[in-house]
Design a binder for this molecule. Structure first.
Ligand code: FMN
Length: 329
């Protein structure tokens, strides 16, 4: 068995963490990851809800997860998604018995001390060494470093996992979890060899039976090869890795041409029958991930989808990757 400071701190059997995934990260998925021996994470915005109802929505998903597992569970607190009153959201997590949180999308200074005062274990997601050092100084317990291969919003420095993981490991003394581009046992062993004490995966958990995203999205993941994703919306400072759909290629072309106005216009004209309050870009993400619109929707996914060959239980994803890694370690 692979045991590290991460398995010890989080009370899990194998050092595999589900990445928080806006829209995609539902309660059933989190429970399945935890039942497989890893750490399941309920997202800050499972499915999608109005910002004013987001805390209530997360509470419901946490309850579903708790009904399905008695193992460790975690909640993502994306500072961009949980709204203007993060303390209220944190209070709800504590009421629901959450003992581990992973903060992302902002400074570790915002919530770490409050969460520590509640006795929680705090992880924070970073994309460069400076952010990792700041996390350690803020009292974060575990730093998750996410490389450019990852699905979803990327760090502006575009550092890949192969460089980011050992750089962060050298810079901090708290345990480091590697994320971005890891989707099999070989990737897990590589991350451990680079000094990480665990891995975080998002994309590997999308095409699973428990993940509530649309079947079309899962199918696109299964069919994708190593060229299956593209970076979009670089020009508007919202660099994001998504499945290569016709819409994504349009965005990519606009980035190349520097057509910012055209891009904003396209984002604002996303079909909105999902009746979602919020930015048009989130509407497009809902259409891609939940609506299964692989033409005009956006579906965040990382390069590691090339390793996904079939839809299976998230518990089995954890078990299979662990078994492959243990055989190699
Ligand atoms: C669909 C999707 C949504 C994501 N949303 C979030 C999010 O809300 N908060 C966050 O911290 N990370 C988010 N991420 C990043 C994941 O937590 C994770 O770090 C990443 O997927 C790891 O790289 P991988 O895609 O190569 O597995 C998202 C990733 C995906 C694929």
């Amino acid at each position: 068995m692979i045991k590290t400071r991460v398995t010890e701190l989080l009370g899990i059997e194998t050092p595999i963490i589900e990445g928080g995934m806006a829209i995609a990260g539902n309660g059933e998925l989190a429970a399945a990851v935890s039942n497989g021996g890893g750490l399941g994470v309920v997202s800050s915005n499972p499915g999608w809800s109005k910002q004013s109802e987001r805390t209530k929505n997360v509470r419901q998903h946490l309850r579903r997860a708790k009904a399905l597992t008695d193992k460790s569970l975690c909640a993502n607190m994306s500072l961009q998604l949980i709204g203007k009153n993060p303390e209220r959201h944190l209070d709800m997590l504590v009421e629901e018995g959450v003992k581990i949180v992973v903060t992302s999308g902002g400074s570790p200074g915002v919530l770490t001390q409050t969460a520590k005062d509640y006795g929680l274990t705090v992880m924070h997601v970073v994309a460069n060494v400076r952010q990792a050092r700041r996390s350690e100084d803020s009292g974060v317990d575990i730093v998750v470093c996410e490389g450019y291969e990852a699905g979803g919003i990327e760090g502006a420095d575009e550092i890949t996992s192969m460089v980011l993981i050992p750089s962060v490991v050298d810079a901090v003394s708290i345990p480091v979890v590697g994320a971005g581009g890891i989707g099999n046992g070989r990737g897990m062993v590589a991350a451990l060899a680079l000094g990480a004490e665990g891995i975080q995966m998002g994309s590997a958990f999308l095409a699973t039976t428990e993940c509530h995203v649309h079947q079309n999205f899962k199918q696109a993941i299964v069919e994708a090869d190593d060229t299956g994703t593209v970076m979009i919306q670089r020009m508007i400072g919202r660099l994001s890795r998504v499945i290569k759909t016709p819409r994504a290629l349009q965005f990519q072309d606009m980035d190349k041409r520097g057509a910012a106005g055209e891009m904003q216009e396209l984002m604002a004209t996303t079909p909105s029958d999902a009746n979602i309050e919020g930015a048009p870009t989130m509407d497009a993400q809902w259409h891609g991930q939940m609506g299964g619109d692989m033409e005009n929707g956006e579906a965040a996914a990382g390069q590691s989808i090339t390793f996904v060959q079939e839809v299976k239980s998230a518990s089995d994803v954890v078990r299979d990757i662990t078994a492959e890694a243990e055989a190699l370690a």
